[in-house]
Design a protein around this ligand. Structure first.
Ligand code: XMP
Length: 555
């Protein structure tokens, strides 16, 4: 990344590290995430305007990850978040201990100095930091520096089992939690700050303003990150990395691999490029036909569509546990891919390209810091073929620094049709993770029909309040077939049909999600249409869980 104006985030494994980067990029500032224990050379720090230390599932006194001590000597502004603050505190001579009871969820933070502190000289960094998120006419700013009675508080988002019991020398407490623990600290003379809460989480009041205050007010990092620049740089990088090489791109049919294909076709002659797509039988309705059309319209020449549904259904027979199903699909996917790639007779040094997103890497536990805990295995991230190619440096993942909506923006810049760019995400293992329990071809056919009806209705309906099409307002919608039958009636007959769940969420990047608040009329009409049309479905329920604690997919 040498030289690019940016903020570095040291990742100690928090599930929300990616969100910190996301928030900063929304400000037009590039954020680079590095492993928390990375050694930082002068070259690594060229262009860096500030360093953020992330949270972690570990404790500082419990083998928690160390940090390169250079960060305390390099003169750059530092912001410790949760574990990051505790790491700084211990490294700089303070103390951290376990709490009797965790602080978790929304907790009020009151701003103001705990004990009066008279500053010998003005601390402009602290002034810039606090004035960025406290209103000027709010006396709190004054209180921070005078220690007068504080008047300002906000609802912060916390998740920690340890607390600071002694601040490191030079630090001042400028905010505390409703339970009386330090929540905001800053250094009297250095541009160093610490938050015990998570400003990156959307439920944290003032969170965005606090992060913005740090990166712009304290770090003064220029906002130079934009998609056009990214496109130009990535095209140039692909031309250098892939000049004259044969390239294989694994296409899933989703937005990501389609954008990756468009990117490659922008950078390189189509003869160089082989696109392989496996029709696993677990795809959405008409997906394979559409994929071929889109790739052709992008100028692709070598499109290899492999029909292998029977093999997938055979591999899934009898499997009911989610991770077993994912593993079986992932393994077979790779075996078939290897077999089919072999048939293509590509040169041994061909490059493998994948449309892996940043969030795929984080959620599969392959986050750049490699500390995040596994939530679900994503089969397109850790397969042996991919890992073998990665080990010999023959893999390119041109989207691996991007979030979903950034990929969409890139797709639009590349001229991809809005219907493709705006398409809801679809998981690699396809309908298999939306059929709870055992997957069969019949269940897939039932779910495919129900899902297609749901989606076409969302495309046809508008929200009267916003005038927007429901499909575009929703980030991801789909149907899930439950392993349950329930009694119903059709005419004079009793029916024993499957139970279907409908899911529709709003989100910006899939890391967190809220339930889409349907008008009752829409969801009832859609549900009636599905039960009237798809005979096998007897009953429909609507999933009202947000992420967290639920995930978006059911498996
Ligand atoms: P969850 O269910 O983890 O999903 O909240 C977050 C986003 O990721 C998608 N997803 C996957 N995408 N391979 C993928 O390419 C997978 O194995 C996979 N699992 C979940 C999910 O659809 C949602 O958009």
């Amino acid at each position: 990344m040498g030289g690019l104006d940016r903020i570095v985030i040291l990742d100690f494994g928090s599930q929300t590290t990616a969100l910190i980067g996301r928030r900063i990029r929304e400000l037009g500032i590039y954020a680079e995430i590095l492993p928390g224990d990375a050694t930082l050379s002068d070259e690594d720090l060229a262009g860096v305007h500030g360093i953020i230390l992330s949270g972690s599932p570990q404790s500082v006194y419990d083998g928690g990850a160390q940090v390169d001590q250079r960060i305390y000597q390099c003169g750059l502004p530092l912001l410790g978040i949760c574990y990051g603050l505790q790491r700084m505190t211990v490294d700089l001579g303070g103390r951290v201990e376990a709490l009797a009871k965790r602080e978790a969820g929304g907790i009020e933070v009151t701003i103001g100095l705990k004990s009066p502190s008279i500053l010998k000289k003005p601390n402009w960094d602290a002034m810039n930091f606090f004035s960025g998120f406290l209103l000027r006419d709010d006396l709190s700013l004054w209180n921070i520096f005078t220690g007068n009675k504080c008047i300002s508080s906000f609802n912060a988002w916390m998740s920690h089992g340890d607390t600071l019991v002694e601040l490191a020398p030079g630090f001042v407490e400028a905010g505390s939690s409703a339970n009386g623990y330090p929540a905001i600290v800053y250094h009297r003379e250095k541009p160093w700050f610490g938050l015990q809460f998570h400003p990156e989480v959307s439920h944290c009041e003032l969170g965005n303003a606090i992060l913005a205050s740090f990166v712009t007010g304290v770090c003064r990092c220029p906002a130079v990150w934009n998609m056009k620049d990214y496109l130009d740089k990535t095209v140039a990088a692909l031309q250098t990395a892939a000049a004259d090489k044969t390239i294989l791109l694994l296409i899933s049919g989703g937005v990501d691999s389609t954008v990756a294909a468009a990117l490659l076709l922008r950078a390189l002659p189509p003869e160089q490029l082989h696109l392989m797509y496996l029709d696993t039988g677990l795809m959405r309705k008409d997906e394979t036909i559409e994929v071929r059309q889109i790739l052709k319209s992008l100028g692709a020449r070598h499109i290899h569509i492999v029909h292998c549904a029977d093999e997938f259904f055979a591999a899934l027979a009898g499997l009911t546990a989610p991770e077993e199903k994912r593993t079986a699909i992932g393994d077979l996917f790779i075996r078939i891919q290897e077999r089919e790639v072999e048939k293509l007779n590509l040169p041994g040094d061909y490059l493998l390209v994948q449309g892996t997103l940043y969030t795929d890497l984080i959620e599969s536990g392959k986050g750049v810091g490699k500390k995040a805990r596994l939530i679900k295995s994503h089969h397109n991230v850790g397969s042996p073929l991919v890992e073998a190619k990665r080990a010999v440096g023959k893999i390119l993942e041109p989207l691996d620094k991007l979030y979903k909506d950034e990929v969409r923006a890139l797709g639009r810049l590349l001229g991809i049709d809005e219907a493709v760019v705006g398409r809801h995400p679809f998981p690699g293992p396809g309908l298999a993770v939306r059929i709870l329990g055992e997957v069969t071809a019949e269940k897939c056919a039932t779910l495919r029909e129900a899902d297609a009806l749901f989606i076409s209705e969302l495309k046809a309906r508008q929200n009267p309040l916003t005038g927007k099409c429901l499909y575009d307002e929703i980030w991801q919608a789909f149907a899930v077939l439950l392993p349950l039958r329930s009694v119903g009636v059709a005419g004079d007959e009793r029916r024993y049909g499957w139970v279907l769940a409908l899911r529709a969420v709003t989100s910006t990047d899939g890391m967190t999600a809220d339930v889409y608040p349907f008008n009752a009329k829409d969801i009832i009409e859609i549900s009636t249409l599905i039960t009237n049309t798809v005979q096998e479905i007897g009953r429909i329920t609507f999933d009202i869980s947000s992420k967290p604690p639920a995930t978006i997919e059911w498996e």
